[in-house]
Ligand binder design. Structure first.
Ligand code: FES
Length: 108
């Protein structure tokens, strides 16, 4: 399935990139920007960003089930991605951060 038509990135490309990224010693949170940069691509219209996040999230589970990434790393990465998405939604809706979200933002 094509995720990004501007840069021709498929869900399979994202899965392979995640595998590389998450097996690094100090793996960053695999946001779409991190994943695309890893593939030496750059978002153009950004229309694929929400789908890319969904694919990243789903592929983390697939890689974990295949035993290709550590279940703890998969869980913590999915949790952090979910928090980042929630923060963005709150920012768009102009909803103030909860105390827990503020702690998370400050820790990043
Ligand atoms: S569809 Fe991905 S950058 Fe345009």
């Amino acid at each position: 399935m094509i995720v990004c038509s501007c840069t021709r990135i498929s869900d399979h490309d994202i899965e392979l990139a995640l595998l590389d990224i998450l097996n690094q010693p100090e793996a960053p949170i695999p946001t779409p920007g991190v994943v695309y940069r890893h593939m030496q691509k750059r978002m153009q219209c950004c229309g694929c960003a929400p789908l890319a996040v969904d694919v990243i999230y789903a592929r983390l589970e697939v890689l974990e089930k295949k035993g290709l990434i550590c279940p703890y790393r998969s869980f913590s990465t999915r949790e952090r991605l979910m928090r980042m998405q929630q923060q963005r939604r709150n920012q768009k809706a102009n909803v103030p951060f909860t105390a827990e979200e503020e702690d998370y933002v400050l820790a990043e």
